[in-house]
Design a protein around this ligand. Sequence first.
Ligand code: G3H
Length: 530
Amino acid sequence: MPNFNHPPIAQHQSPPSIKWDKYLINGELKTWNGPVERVYSPMGKVDQEGRVDRVFLGEAPTLDESVGLEALGAAKQAYNNGRGFWPTASATQRIECMERFLELMALKREEVSTLLMWEIAKNKSASYKEFDRTIDYIRDTIDEYKELQRRGSHIASKGGVISQVRRGPLGVVLCLGPYNYPLNETFCLLIPSVLMGNTIVFKPAKYGVLLLTPLMEAFQEAFPPGVLNVVFGRGRTLAGPIMKTGDVDVLALIGNSKSSNALASQHPKPNRLRQVLGLEAKNPAIVFEDANLNKAIKECVAGALSFNGQRCTALKLIFVHKNISADFVRRFSDAVDELKLDHPENNSDLTPLPEANKAEYMDEYVLDAKEKGASVMNKRAGKVNETAYFPAVLFPVNKHMRIFHEEQFGPVVPIVEYDKLEEVMDAIAESDHGQQCSVFSEKESTISYAVDNLVNQVCRVNINTSCQRGPDYLPFTGRKDSAVATLSVHDALRSFSIRTVVAAGTDQKNLVRDIVSSGQSNWMTTDYLL
Ligand code: G3H
């Protein structure tokens, strides 16, 4: 039953609906006359029973298998076994296309950010930030790509061998982005893979689809036909059959390991398939007894509940030492109850949830934990209406509860009381996840011990601060089920490419020199990119 103690979520004028019926294949924006998916916002008028009359935002095509395969065909043709225009284009040509895209994309800031707010209920400042961060990411990637090319322009002569080493593309990339960062995380895959000379079939996530439509003409105008093909519809209908052909060289996916494993297992030639994956996580926070509680509480609230906890980097399990747990839990629960849940246009801390039945799903975690001995510690917890859920703080959580192991990806915060640090270390070691963790203490010796014992369990240890992906120059990856390959401005270019050597004996010196000075090869060039 909805909790009516909450103030009603504000209503705002919605953006005009978008009836999108196009998809991009081989440089052509084709029209779809078949079934469509109607897109609704998580926001809308709420009735007495807490049902939400979700605002209609528009529709997008539900393409069929044959269109998915047509998109794959276009990407395959553009790649042409590494001999197509794009994989053999010079660095300057690729950069020109990317800069043109950047120019066109920058014009769509308002439209894309507004749709981000309305489709996935990301609050206003975070929506604009996602857009701006993506623009910066593209700029920085172009700079890093230039640097990579400069390094590849070097010709060495050593051990009787003249050699040049560059990074080459891998082939056809199937790219599937997540709903929580439908622009930024998707583009962190798309941009480096395109720039390295791969060709792409891209399918947006289930939620956060319309926000990509303002960019479709920019994709079409900036890149040569077949380089970037965009299809809309269900993963099962489109991605599965594409994978079964064996023509995909890279699976680039941000999501969960269940989907990536299911897809990858359909590829008939597993050694041909590279994977670049950002997957689920269960980042723990450890609050030591010598922590600064004000700081720890502030960071843990933000770390667990920014964007309602729908971040792969969110703090999803908080371990607190028993000597301070009572104080921590009380103050943490009060701080959570201070958060504002409202319409994203109001830039509130918490917003409605875009996924269907998410509130019920959160309640299942709470129920399971309560049955096994935990209590809900804050006053305002629970379902507010069909699409909104005020965060529940659960304490004391133990390993028999589902919330201890599973990624909640939403507004439920489990707190575990510990006595000996080894209990926490064991839990982290036994976990299937290994992305990041946060440690809270003011003491040099505590932090030193924690860092040394955690760095080989996770891929980033955050000291007195919550977990996060940024800044984007830092490597973003994980152990176990949390990731495959590394992303960052620097690393993603490497993840989507392979080192390739052209070599000759020193007796070929004159031939090599003539090739380079004639400028006939795009690859064997020593041109220094400015
Ligand atoms: O969903 C996972 C994102 O990569 C998290 O990024 O730490 O910048 O929110 P963030």
